[in-house]
Ligand binder design. Sequence first.
Ligand SMILES: Cc1cc2nc3c(=O)[nH]c(=O)nc-3n(C[C@H](O)[C@H](O)[C@H](O)COP(=O)(O)OP(=O)(O)OC[C@H]3O[C@@H](n4cnc5c(N)ncnc54)[C@H](O)[C@@H]3O)c2cc1C
Length: 394
Amino acid sequence: MNKNYDFLIIGGGVNGTSIAMHLSEMGIGSVALLEKKGLATGATGRSGAMIREHYLTPELVRMSSKARSFFEQWPAEYGYEINFHKTGRILLFGENDANSARKNADMNRMEGVSIETLDTKAVSKMIPDAVLEDIELALFEPEAGYADPVATTYAFASEAIKNGADIYTDCEVTGIMTRGDRVTGVSSNKGIFETAVVINVTGPWANILLAPLGEKLPIEPTRVQMVHLRRPPSLAKFEQIVIDHTCGAYYRNDGSPNTLIGGEAPEDMMEIADPNNFGLNADHMFIERYWSRITRRVPEFRNAICRGGYGSLYDMTPDGNPIIDRSPNTRNLYNVAGFSGHGFKLSPVIGSLVSKLVNSDDISDAYLTMFREDRFITGNEIIPEFPYGNRAHQ
Ligand SMILES: Cc1cc2nc3c(=O)[nH]c(=O)nc-3n(C[C@H](O)[C@H](O)[C@H](O)COP(=O)(O)OP(=O)(O)OC[C@H]3O[C@@H](n4cnc5c(N)ncnc54)[C@H](O)[C@@H]3O)c2cc1C
């Protein structure tokens, strides 16, 4: 097989498919996406897939607000079901983070995000019998929720196909081909694909493809874990997302009687992993630790049934934000990776931004300037003015 496309996207996660959809919609050339396994089998399929607007920098707030509106409107308009459950999201802060949280909430409100400050009584209504003695401040984002990341990815891919794009699954890219300093195509287990433009959207695998070109993005594949607990009937109605900043735990209903608990305490984000060989199941100690953290906050979880857990990867950058940029050495190669555990909710905006970038090669858009790769050497990392302490990822 020998194929020729104007644009080749490598990686069939939510960001790769969003780019395929947006780019094919522009009608500026032929588009193909190559995915080594099935769609959404990387970080995307294991995602918490929470959609929220609360961020710690105004630019990210604006981006996520735009993306949330998209998630609310687009599926119905285009006839897709991505199961966006608008549950609301409670953020719990202890003494250390309360001041930062107040300032961040003010900034988010100025940007138009709906954020309420809750008193203890209101929290207890939403979280049955919650233990709140160490909580200094509670915030609530009523518009937040979660969606189905697999359905979202397939919806983006279907729309891309409708727009004329080709999607190849079980198609592993084995090398990016160049002539001089310019991309000419890729080699794969399905043969050579020729192209003028390659967009590398392979998340934790991004550097494997870049190594033969002498490139390395500052991305560390970092193993994270999730636990599934079957809630007891007394917690049947407990459905809000909770982000507990005192201990790094976050939890959300998964649309069934199960609650999904993730761990983002700094000590649980230290395992740099091989993306082709990492622990797919949650560790016993991790399950015990996070089950006990949720039980400390909501004691009824002591009667939950543990249904296991799984391991997955964040593609972490030093400032916890993505790289969306041209390759510094290879013309017409673009890298879109390093989403650091929050790339699901941003995906609609990423697709639109990257499509414009590869069309015009103009990096001057404010977001694109912000996400440049060289920010880590020019001292332009994305650093919040009021960060939170007990979380490796903001
Ligand atoms: C446990 C967990 C919880 C999360 N929770 C949230 C959340 O609540 N909200 C949020 O916004 N984000 C969340 N995220 C982050 C979000 O899921 C990711 O940022 C997003 O899914 C990344 O999508 P992607 O398309 O960039 O990468 P991926 O989904 O990782 O896709 C990359 C794809 O590239 C493919 N690939 C790799 N190498 C090759 C090759 N050589 N040839 C062809 N294909 C290749 C892989 O198979 C993979 O499918 C979470 C992530 C995890 C792991």
